[in-house]
Structure formats: structure tokens, C-alpha cells
Design a protein around this ligand. Structure first.
Ligand code: GLA
Length: 634
């Protein structure tokens, strides 16, 4: 990020405000609808739209022939109505003329099947042919709109990697080899890193190396891991390539792309991407389940910390149901506003939806929008308008950071990838779920916790949970040790500290790299078929190591401590454990006892957000708070 500080730079004028809007796809509608769109946007308090995301076929109807007339018209109309434009580079979905002429840009899955056109995002991240066509379009768009007064930000592609993150094509194979050459220098070094002495996998030349395509038995684990790293880097390279052109032509217009920090999506290592964008943008959709609300908060919390505490943009979420789950539940009254305000509580300076007007045709016609099929006379549009007014009244918070918590949870994409690979003691282990269980346990306790990427500064946190920190290279072990010695209280869990950066096991007993720090030793994993998931016989190797609970040990270290939880306890099982660990770290709940667990408290710029996690009314600070409501106290 270029350190742009506050989001108000987006408008080059005026007071701070929370931007409000949606993806806008006017090409799906006849022109006479556009005027009505903009009127309704004004009524709803919309201040910004993302435009042109899937417009390639309309903008370039034939190779090298552009039709910008309609986009000129809509950009002007939006500008006349005071609505900002986050203009997409339109490269997300290649048009049929391109895929017919160049079927070699189509991705190939692990089984060797081509992903054909007819959906979207059917392009290989490493295809030089696709790249050339995409960059030509980016240049044409940036040249055309560089001075347009509505142009506020650039939106590179869309959700990079949403459908094409892992491509196993020949282009990918060639690029993978280049990436490996850069990483290892020699085939010998690669052989060592990949442990190719196993199963007769020793390579003697670069061109023998392939992506981990469908194989007769489990693919080499380090090959799989490197392919995940490479695939994330390849998409990031596409982002960089588009950005280079945008920076050249419009150096003052900030560039972003929408991340997907949400649920189990983990193909892109966003901790490695944040410095490529001028401001972080995220998309989040709720999946039904007992922790769905907490999951939204977890993702928003992490996004704010990926953004290094700077304002960020909620680029997409939904007003109500989506269309891509097996059963798509509508949001209940209050949920839309609660979801939106939870993102704001965690530092978002923009609240946007997919999409403005619900489509009439196409795969997303049953996906909710700000303006539903029912039209303005609808509960959704009324809620949308109410939310617009509420956000307008919260303008003064824009640009202000959250107050850091005293506890934190570490998220590490490399450990996430490595811990969930195949050929492991259990295929039931879920990295993200373990982290979320801790987050829920914190919320149940009424204690705020920051969700932070592994590169974050750990000093300043009294309690640090590193769930399933599976991959611990020696530098990370040293950081965690220094944290505990310096007075921090580290907590880690089963299957942590097990491997180095090459996915090679640290020998001498588990938890490998963290064994000494934790003062314990484990000889064998004992995965379970019940909800506990995992068990271990833990030997204490330091007389100072205490047993706090049957599954929990704690060793005093310097001015701090290092605790270990050897089983999956789930939010309820973690409750007493966390209470004890917090008490020992001297971290108290910040909510009155009656509200602990019922309310999520977040503090941003001195403003307190009380988010009702329950469906029942509560009284907070003498004020009635409805079920699923949010109280903002300045
Ligand atoms: C993603 C995409 C949008 C839309 C939504 C639907 O976030 O970016 O174009 O398809 O999903 O939920």
C-alpha cells in the first residue's frame, strides 16, 4: 500500500464519509432503466459504484475494436449525480471472440479437463496470450478515462482466483518451472526441498517437473505446497501487470482489487498481496452455520489487520440471499445492517454490495441486490435506504483506526496450506475452523481479540493464540520465543511446529520447532473420529511446565509463558481454558458480565460498537438494543 492514510482522498474534497454502493452492471439493462437506477441510487444514499467488471465483450466487441460510447454515457450520468466510480479494468471474463481465436488461454484442472467458456473467469493466470489481450484493454480503458471526473479508483480484474486459482495447463507448467528456478536455483536444491529421494522422484532436469496433476498416488507434498505458493504468486503477478499500466497512465488514481478473505477460501495468500494495492478491498458472503456471524466478524477483523490498520473497502457483500449455496437463505430483519456495520466496526470505510439492481437473466438472477426484482416498494430497498442514512450519519468515523485489543489470533496462510494437505494423520483437521473456534471463545468471554497475519508485530499483545501453526521455520520459532521471553503469553495447539518451510518434519519429537519453548514432547499423534478430532500423550520435559487442564499445558518462559492445547475443544470446551489463560495474562473482559457473550464490542476511533450477537433484545448503556442490532456510542 502506498500509505494513502484516509479514504477521503478518494474524493479529493470534503468531509470524511463512509462510501456506500454496489457493483453496477448497466449493460444488462436498456438505457431507459439507467436514469431510474441513478434516481434510486440517490434515494438510497449511494455514493460509489463499481462499474464494468464483466464488460469486456461490450467494451471490445471485436479484437482491437472498442465501443466506449455506452460507458462514456453512464460515467457522465453518474458524475452528474455525484456518484463516484470504482472503474473495473474489465478483464475478469474474456469474451467469446477471444476464447474462440485462442482456446489456449483456457484453464485446465488437475484432472486435465479444460474449463470451457460459458461461465466466467476462464483464463489461465500464466497465459502470455491472455495477458497481452488483457493489458491491451487496460491500456485502452485507462487512456480513455484517465481524466474523467467520476474515475475514483481502479478495480483490477475481479476476485482474482475465484474460479481459476489452480491451473494445471502447459502454460502453468512452464511458469511453475520458472518460479521453482527462482526459488531453488538448482535442480539439486529442489530435490532436497521436495524430498525426492522418496518414491523414486529424483529429477535430473527442470523440464521433467510438472504441476501436481492427477497422479497414481498422492503427489509429493512439497510439490503440492510449492504449487499453491506459485499459483498465488501467479495471480499476484497478473495484478502487478495491470497495475503497472494504470500507474503509468493515471499515477494519482488508487488501484485495488477485491480480496476474498472469507470462510474456507485460502488459495490466495493475501498476507503477501497487501502491499500490491493502494487500499485493501474485500468481499464477504455469509455461509449458514452456528458460527456464521462470528465468521463474518473474524474475516472483517483480519481484513482490517491485513490493511495494516488503515481504512479498507468492503467491496461486496449481499443484501439478502446469494445464489450459489445449495439452499440460499434470505437475511432476517436487522441482519443486513448488522453485517454491514460489523465491517465498519472493523475499519471499513466503504460498504458495498453485489449488486445494485437484481439481474433479470443470467446465473445470478436469484442473487439479492440493493434494488430487488420487487422494485423500490420492498423491504430490501427500504432497509438499504435506512442503512444509507445510518452510514451517512457515521461519516466522522471514516479514516479512524480500531483500538488494538490486548489479545490476538495469528493467521498464517502457509500453515493453513500445509496443515490441510493430504497424506496426513487426519483429513478432518480444519485450520480455519480451529482459529474461528478461538475467536468465538473470545467473543463468548466478552474479550476483544485482533485477528492478525503472521507478519504482524506481536509486541504489545498480552495473549497470542497461534492455532495449528503447522509450519514453523526457525525464524518464526525465534520470533515466538522472543515474544514469550519478552512477557507475552503464547498459546498454540495440536499439529503446530511440526514442519519447516519445505514441509520437512522437525525431528526429535513433536511439536518440533516449538518443543523446547512449550516444555513438552509428543511421540505420536492420535487423531480421533469424534469431535475432539485429535489427541496426544504429552510428556512434560521441563519441571516448570504445568498441566492446566487434561489437554492443556503451560510453561513459564522469561517474563511470559507458552501454553499448548493438544485437542480440538471447540468454542465451549475452550471457554474454561481461555478464561484461565486470560486470567493468567491479566486480560479482563471489557463488557459488563450480563453482556459478555451476547455482545461483540469493537472500538474504533474512540467510538464503541456494540453488536448484538443474539436474536433477543438487550439493554446496553441504558439503551434498548434489538436482536441483531448494533449500537454505536460516540
Ligand atoms: C463474487 C463476485 C460477484 C458475484 C458475487 C455473488 O463475489 O465478485 O461478481 O458473482 O460473488 O455472490
Amino acid at each position: 500500500m502506498r500509505g494513502l492514510g484516509e479514504m477521503r482522498w478518494l474524493r479529493r474534497d470534503g468531509e470524511p464519509r463512509i462510501e456506500y454502493g454496489a457493483d453496477y452492471n448497466p449493460e444488462q439493462w436498456p438505457r431507459d432503466v439507467w436514469k431510474d437506477d441513478v434516481d434510486a441510487m440517490r434515494a438510497a444514499g449511494v455514493t460509489i459504484v463499481s462499474l464494468g467488471i464483466f464488460s469486456w465483450a461490450h467494451l471490445e466487441p471485436a479484437s482491437g475494436e472498442y465501443d466506449f460510447g455506452w460507458l462514456d454515457e453512464i460515467m457522465d450520468l453518474l458524475h452528474e449525480n455525484g456518484i463516484l466510480v470504482d472503474l473495473a479494468t474489465a478483464t475478469a471474463s474474456p469474451p467469446p471472440w477471444l476464447t474462440s481465436a485462442h482456446p489456449e488461454i483456457l484453464p485446465v484442472d488437475r484432472d486435465g479437463r479444460t474449463l470451457w467458456p460459458g461461465g466466467r473467469q476462464h483464463w489461465r493466470p500464466t497465459s502470455p496470450v491472455f495477458r497481452a489481450y488483457a493489458l491491451r484493454l487496460v491500456r485502452a480503458l485507462a487512456t480513455r478515462y484517465r481524466d474523467h471526473p467520476a474515475l475514483t479508483a481502479w478495480h483490477v480484474n475481479n476476485e482474482l482466483g475465484c474460479h481459476n486459482a489452480h491451473d494445471y495447463s502447459d502454460d502453468a507448467a512452464a511458469a511453475f518451472r520458472e518460479w521453482l528456478r527462482d526459488r531453488y536455483g538448482t535442480v539439486e536444491a529442489l530435490n532436497h526441498a521436495w524430498g525426492t529421494a522418496f518414491w523414486s522422484q529424483r529429477y535430473t532436469a527442470w523440464d521433467q517437473i510438472l504441476p501436481p496433476r492427477l497422479a497414481a498416488a498422492q503427489s509429493n507434498p512439497t510439490q503440492q505446497l510449492d504449487f499453491k505458493r506459485f499459483s498465488s504468486d501467479a495471480l499476484r503477478e497478473h495484478l502487478r501487470a495491470e497495475r503497472r499500466i494504470l500507474r503509468e497512465l493515471t499515477p494519482d488514481v488508487p488501484v485495488t482489487t477485491n480480496f476474498m478473505v472469507a470462510g474456507e477460501i485460502n488459495e490466495m495468500n493475501y498476507a503477501d498481496w497487501v502491499d500490491e494495492v493502494d487500499f485493501v478491498a474485500n468481499d464477504h458472503y455469509v455461509r449458514p452455520g452456528p458460527q456464521s456471524r462470528d465468521e463474518l466478524s473474524f474475516s472483517a477483523n483480519l481484513t482490517g489487520n491485513l490493511a495494516r490498520g488503515r481504512p479498507w473497502f468492503l467491496m461486496e457483500h449481499s443484501t439478502s440471499a446469494v445464489n450459489w449455496q445449495p439452499v440460499n437463505l434470505p437475511k432476517r430483519p436487522g441482519e443486513m445492517a448488522r453485517d454491514a456495520l460489523t465491517h465498519v466496526a472493523h475499519g471499513a470505510d466503504a460498504v458495498c454490495f453485489f449488486q445494485w439492481r437484481q439481474s433479470r437473466a443470467g446465473a445470478e438472477k436469484y442473487h439479492s441486490a440493493m434494488l430487488p426484482h420487487a422494485g423500490r416498494d420492498s423491504a430490501i430497498f427500504r432497509s438499504v435506504t435506512e442503512l444509507g442514512a445510518r452510514l451517512a450519519a457515521l461519516g466522522s468515523i471514516a479514516g479512524l483506526p480500531r483500538t488494538p485489543a490486548r489479545a490476538a489470533i495469528i493467521v498464517d496462510w502457509e500453515s493453513w496450506w500445509a496443515a490441510e494437505q493430504d497424506s496426513h494423520p487426519s483429513s478432518r483437521l480444519r485450520y480455519r475452523q480451529e482459529a474461528l473456534d478461538w475467536y468465538t471463545a473470545f467473543l463468548d468471554r466478552g474479550v476483544r481479540a485482533d485477528v492478525i497475519p503472521v507478519w504482524s508485530d506481536l509486541t504489545g499483545y498480552d495473549l497470542m493464540v497461534a492455532p495449528i501453526l503447522h509450519m514453523v521455520p526457525s525464524a518464526l520459532r525465534d520470533r515466538l520465543t522472543a515474544y514469550a521471553e519478552g512477557g507475552g503469553n503464547l498459546v498454540t495447539t495440536y499439529f503446530s511446529g511440526i514442519v519447516d518451510e519445505n514441509d520437512h518434519v522437525w525431528l526429535g519429537g513433536y511439536p518440533g520447532a516449538l518443543r523446547e519453548l512449550l516444555g513438552i514432547r509428543v511421540e505420536e499423534f492420535e487423531p480421533r473420529l469424534d469431535d475432539t478430532l485429535w489427541a496426544e500423550r504429552v510428556h512434560l520435559t521441563d519441571p516448570a511446565t504445568e498441566v492446566l487442564f487434561p489437554e492443556v499445558t503451560r510453561r513459564p518462559v522469561g517474563d511470559g509463558s507458552a501454553a499448548y492445547v493438544s485437542a480440538r475443544l471447540g468454542p465451549e470446551g475452550l471457554a474454561p481454558v481461555l478464561a484461565e489463560l486470560l486470567a493468567r495474562a491479566g486480560v479482563e473482559p471489557e463488557l459488563p458480565p450480563g453482556l459478555c457473550g451476547k455482545v461483540e464490542l469493537t472500538v474504533r476511533g474512540g467510538v464503541r460498537f456494540y453488536i448484538n450477537r443474539t436474536d433477543s433484545p438487550l439493554v446496553v448503556d441504558g439503551t434498548d438494543l434489538p436482536g441483531r442490532g448494533v449500537l454505536v456510542v460516540e
